[in-house]
Design a protein around this ligand. Structure first.
Ligand code: HEC
Length: 194
């Protein structure tokens, strides 16, 4: 008798737990206010990294990447990655003019804050600075999408197969890479004239 009374209670608890974990993944944040640019988001140079031009290093923003667990936000990021022509230089993440974003190697760091800084401030060898051009909120969506390219997010948050032709392997079908610093550039051969 006791046992049969407890069963529905138990089922209700399990259902509540499942609902709670599903909510964040499914949330569609249509009402997200365009965020105010923070100091770290300021675009400091007209073309290239402000930090370099100003002779200082800016700290990464103290903010948790808000879309890492939100499937809708990551999919928005996937759309924006094409709309802002990131794939013009990075292809579909496999690299072209810019380095691949779907592998394990990260020149400037593969954590969310480093990717945010790469996008906002640009990087010296050809990565334009998008700070001041893209709303910060959208940059965070792109950041989480970029991380999904190498399988850094939860499988049920990462985008599945693209609707377009030739969209490549679905992000949620990729194996998670172990991010590591990029290999240093080769040293010039001894005796090579500079
Ligand atoms: C004009 C070409 C171009 C465009 C457009 C471009 N990138 Fe880049 N990106 C580069 C290049 C080149 C680098 C390497 C810079 C360096 O090594 O200093 C780079 C570097 C990066 C890095 C750092 C990679 C690492 O290994 O640390 C990230 C992240 C990145 N880009 C994301 C993006 C995103 C997201 C967009 C779109 C909002 C974008 N890029 C648009 C050319 C581009």
């Amino acid at each position: 008798m006791m046992r049969s009374a407890r069963l529905p209670l138990c089922l209700a608890a399990v259902a509540a737990a499942l609902l709670a974990s599903g909510c964040e993944r499914e949330a569609r944040r249509f009402s997200t206010a365009p965020s105010q640019p923070t100091a770290s988001a300021a675009r400091l140079g007209s073309l290239q990294p402000g930090a370099e031009q100003q002779g200082g290093v800016q700290l990464a923003p103290v903010k948790d990447a808000p879309y890492e667990g939100n499937a809708w936000g990551v999919n928005q990021g996937k759309r924006l990655f094409r709309w802002y022509n990131c794939n013009g230089c990075h292809a579909m993440g496999g690299g072209a003019i810019g380095p691949p974003l779907m592998d394990a190697e990260w020149k400037y760091g593969g954590d969310a804050n480093s990717i945010y800084m790469s996008i906002m401030q640009g990087r010296p060898e050809g990565m334009p600075s998008f700070g001041g051009h893209i709303p910060e909120d959208q940059v965070w969506q792109i950041v989480s999408y970029v991380r999904s390219m190498s399988g850094q997010l939860r499988k049920d948050v990462e985008p599945s197969r693209s609707d377009t032709l030739g969209g490549g392997e679905a992000e949620n079908a990729r194996k998670p890479e172990q991010p590591r610093p990029a290999a240093p550039p080769p040293k010039p051969a001894l005796g090579a004239s500079q």
